[in-house]
Design a protein around this ligand. Structure first.
Ligand SMILES: [Fe+2]
Ligand SMILES: [Fe+2]
Length: 330
């Protein structure tokens, strides 16, 4: 049994098409898509149209809610700010009702029980929290804090846009007299059946992002899972990460041609930068603002201008940009 795992397409149709071409030759038995289909690259409707025509298992991510919550009481505070939330407004104005209805009816997580294999839980973050993410730098205890209530041993998570293949275990205290209720213990990397039970082991997998990787590699990323015996891979699923070269120029050009850059303002430009650099441009910008006393939620464009003048980040982006424009705002 081979399962292809895709996530975080973020409206990047050329990246999705590149991955689909590889899936054609890999011929997996099934495909799961772990949320964030839309928002960031302009081909939102095209991506939803392509995905809903496929017999895939699809769960919803937090970016679907920028559309589904827009104009409701669930929308983030300050959504009336025309600059900060301009991109969400553009998204809501340009998505068709038909595509919004498709996203509205997606589940937030699911469990896959393929015959003869161990079950896999799929959530954009963790079940019940779509913004929780796993990074390679996290300690076993930090990961266990997020997964210890999940009954399935294998979790597919997305959201961070960083590929991950990690085993963590809860090892009970070796001294039953000092720990009569088995409450003491510690998290460790890996799985050793002589030291812990299968119920204390989790395999956490992130396929990386198809459309907007943030691990420094701009290629379209996904994962292939293969069911194997427990002795080969604890939990029964072996992971191969893939990174696919594709031409990003049509996606970058679409920021101009679709009107998204003009309508979406600084946030649209920062997404353009992320597509170019595969680095977390938005988080870096917000952290810089915090350190230097700027409030981007109140004055976004002046804050971005100050950031560019202080860091020359636009020049860094331009040298890596296949279009060479760094997504300059009109
Ligand atoms: Fe995402
Ligand atoms: Fe996300």
């Amino acid at each position: 049994m081979r399962l292809a795992v895709l996530a975080d397409i973020h409206g990047n149709l050329p990246a999705l098409e590149a991955v689909c071409a590889v899936l054609e030759s890999l011929q997996p038995d099934y495909v799961v898509l772990d949320g964030d289909l839309i928002n960031a690259v302009p081909f939102n409707g095209e991506v939803v149209e392509r995905v809903r025509g496929e017999p895939w298992c699809v769960v919803r991510g937090n970016h679907e809610f920028y559309l589904l919550d827009h104009g409701t009481e669930r929308a983030p505070r300050g959504q009336e700010d025309p600059e900060r939330w301009a991109l969400s407004r553009w998204l809501a104005e340009t998505m068709s009702r038909e595509h919004a209805l498709y996203l509205a009816a997606l589940p937030d997580d699911c469990t896959l029980y393929f015959p003869g294999t161990q079950p896999i839980r799929v959530a954009h973050g963790v079940p019940g929290h779509n913004r929780t993410g796993f990074f390679p730098t996290m300690s076993p205890d930090q990961i266990l804090a997020q997964v210890k209530e999940i009954p399935q041993r294998t979790l597919i998570s997305a959201h961070t846009h960083v590929q991950l293949d990690r085993h963590v275990s809860w090892v009970e205290s070796p001294d039953p007299l000092s720990d009569p209720h088995g409450e003491l213990g510690r998290g460790v990397d890996g799985y050793d059946p002589t030291r812990c039970s299968p119920q204390g082991h989790w395999h956490v997998i992130n396929p990386g992002s198809v459309g907007l990787p943030l691990n420094g590699d701009p290629r379209a990323q996904f994962a292939l899972l293969e069911s194997v015996p427990e002795e080969v891979e604890p939990g029964g699923w072996r992971v191969t990460h893939h990174r696919i070269e594709y031409d990003r120029r049509p996606a970058l050009q679409a920021y101009y041609d679709s009107g998204m850059l003009a309508a979406g303002g600084p946030i649209a430009q920062l997404f353009y930068w992320e597509l170019v650099t595969a680095e977390p441009e938005i988080i870096c910008f917000y952290r810089w603002c915090q350190r230097h006393g700027y409030n981007p939620d109140q004055a976004l464009r002046p804050a971005l201008q100050a950031y560019i003048e202080a860091t020359r980040r636009d020049a860094y982006v331009r040298t890596r940009d296949p279009l060479g424009t760094a997504g300059e705002l009109p």
